[in-house]
Write a protein that binds this ligand. Sequence first.
Ligand code: HEC
Ligand code: HEC
Length: 315
Amino acid sequence: MCRHLLILLIFFSTLYANEPIQPLPKTITYDKGKALLGKKLYFDPILSKDNTVSCASCHNLELGGVDNLQFSIGIKGQKGIINTPTVLNSIFNFRQMWDGRAKTLTHQVKFPITNPKEMGNSFENIIKTLNKSTYYNKTFKALYKNGITKENIGDALEEFQKTLITPSSFDDFLRGDEKAITENQKKGYELFNKKGCVSCHNGINIGGGLYAQFGLTDESIANNLINQSTKNGYNPDFGLYNITKNDFDKFYFKVPTLRNVALTYPYLHNGRIKTLNEAISSIAKAQLGLDLSKEETFLIEEFLKSLSGKVTIIR
Ligand code: HEC
Ligand code: HEC
């Protein structure tokens, strides 16, 4: 009897300690001067080779941090090969990119800048151009001892991206405001937990904290993806495998955040799914082997809508 009570106590205390989803912190520390410099860089096509594409071209802050295209368009009208994820709240991801190849936001910046299909530039060239601008020359020197460097460009962009957090009605609910979300959203959240979505989509970002295999319970999905192979031995559908070259890691992706997911269509790393409703039902099948009813899918969709928040752009 006594032992059972103890086990029960341990069970509840771990439950409490490991609350699967946490609200966004109310404040976040960042360096205001560097963040403002990062903001300027973020919206400036100067980072691209031909001065036509900025970070904001693909990560539109008015559109949930994406461009709502299956594949974004880089310099010279070139189409990408993997769907653009949101930059909003990305500071809370354990790694960046679908395959997690960037450890930090600072590290991430070199990928779009040097990708020939995205910004197609080199840091050598960027540093030269930025040095010619009075604003950048002066501001970098004022904020960083060593002025304009690759690392400092990344750092300023990271400071700005730290400010891109989007508190939502669901955060108010998590903090105890029972009325912040609707009855249907509460039912949807209950299903989200009960059906097991939360085993992958958890933490502050309701995702972004671990890798998981896409098509875990429905291999036909993974098999369909194999046929999509791309040129030069690089297949974006292989996910983590592209970094580790370990067969076991094929189709493993960083679990995406579900914050603002109602805004960030189309879905999946390949942008193949157009609506949130369809994303929920096919992912339930692919990741949990579940056939959700129409009602369950609707309620989960209602819940996911409570994760749309507003970004306040610093000035
Ligand atoms: C031409 C479109 C394009 C441009 C320009 C672009 N990105 Fe991206 N961004 C993408 C795509 C596509 C990915 C996903 C790449 C992957 O996972 O392989 C991505 C991924 C990211 C991520 C990772 C998010 C996550 O959840 O993993 C961040 C952060 C990001 N970009 C920030 C930036 C910044 C900062 C700039 C400007 C320096 C920028 N991007 C420019 C298309 C773009
Ligand atoms: C085993 C881990 C796992 C479970 C369980 C899981 N997911 Fe996911 N989810 C993922 C991964 C991995 C992806 C990205 C797959 C891809 O793009 O190839 C994803 C993608 C998504 C997306 C698309 C997001 C985007 O930005 O493209 C939605 C929506 C989603 N999941 C909702 C759910 C719901 C609802 C459930 C429960 C019914 C669920 N997930 C259960 C791992 C999981």
